[in-house]
Design a protein around this ligand. Structure first.
Ligand SMILES: Nc1nc2c(ncn2[C@@H]2O[C@H](COP(=O)(O)OP(=O)(O)OP(=O)(O)O)[C@@H](O)[C@H]2O)c(=O)[nH]1
Length: 203
C-alpha cells in the first residue's frame, strides 16, 4: 500500500491476561467473526484494517499480544511504538482485573508516555457470571486516567465503537501533534477542514 492510500496510520496494541478475549476482539473487528475454539496466541499476531472517518482514511495496525507470562519479554518490545494500548480484562474473571496494576506498571516501563490507553472489560454477554462490577472498573479507570468500555466480542457489543472511538481520539491527538511520532504520519495537508470532533465519544 502506498503512502497515498491513507491519511493516518496508527499502531494499536492489545494487552492483558491470557484468555480475556484479545484475539476475539481483533477478529471481530477486522473480520466480523467470532472464531470457534480460539487457541492461545503465541507471541504476537498482526492485523490491518482501514476505516473511513469523516472522509479520511485511517489505517489501523492492530497487534494482538499473547497474555501468557512466558511471552512477556517478546510482547514488551511492541509497546514502545504503540499509539494506543487496549488493556483488556474479563468481567467474569476477578483475577484478570486484579492483574491490571501489574499491566499498568508494564505500560509505564515500556510504552511511550504519550500513549493512549483504553481499559476494556470483555465478555459482557456472560452477565450472570460477572465478578467485576461496572462501577468498580469505572472508578479504577478514572483513577488511572483511562477510558473505559465494556464489550462482547461474541455478541459484537461495543467492538466497532471501541476501535472507531479510539481512531477518532488518535486523529485528534495527531492533529495536536502529541502522538508518538513514528507512525502518525503523514499529517493531513494544510487547508483541510477539521471536523473530527463530531465522531468521537472519548474526551
Ligand atoms: N462468552 C464470551 N467468550 C469470549 C469472548 N471473547 C472471547 N471469548 C472466549 O474466551 C476464550 C479466550 O479468547 P481469546 O480471544 O483467545 O483470548 P486472548 O486474550 O487472546 O488469550 P491469549 O491469546 O492467551 O492471550 C475463548 O474461548 C473465546 O471463545 C466474549 O466476548 N464472550
Amino acid at each position: 500500500m502506498s503512502m497515498e492510500d491513507y491519511d493516518f496510520l496508527f499502531k494499536i496494541v492489545l494487552i492483558g491476561n491470557a484468555g480475556v478475549g484479545k484475539t476475539c476482539l481483533v477478529r471481530r473487528f477486522t473480520q466480523g467473526l467470532f472464531p470457534p475454539g480460539q487457541g492461545a496466541t503465541i507471541g504476537v499476531d498482526f492485523m490491518i484494517k482501514t476505516v473511513e472517518i469523516n472522509g479520511e482514511k485511517v489505517k489501523l495496525q492492530i497487534w494482538d499480544t499473547a497474555g501468557q507470562e512466558r511471552f512477556r519479554s517478546i510482547t514488551q518490545s511492541y509497546y514502545r511504538s504503540a499509539n494506543a494500548l487496549i488493556l483488556t480484562y474479563d468481567i467474569t474473571c476477578e483475577e484478570s482485573f486484579r492483574c491490571l496494576p501489574e499491566w499498568l506498571r508494564e505500560i509505564e516501563q515500556y510504552a511511550s508516555n504519550k500513549v493512549i490507553t483504553v481499559l476494556v472489560g470483555n465478555k459482557i454477554d456472560l452477565a450472570e457470571r460477572r465478578e467485576v462490577s461496572q462501577q468498580r472498573a469505572e472508578e479504577f479507570s478514572e483513577a488511572q486516567d483511562m477510558y473505559y468500555l465494556e464489550t462482547s466480542a461474541k455478541e459484537s457489543d461495543n467492538v466497532e465503537k471501541l476501535f472507531l472511538d479510539l481512531a477518532c481520539r488518535l486523529i485528534r491527538e495527531a492533529r495536536q501533534n502529541t502522538l508518538v511520532n513514528s507512525v502518525s504520519s503523514p499529517l493531513p495537508g494544510e487547508g483541510k477542514s477539521i471536523n473530527y470532533l463530531t465522531c468521537c465519544n472519548f474526551n
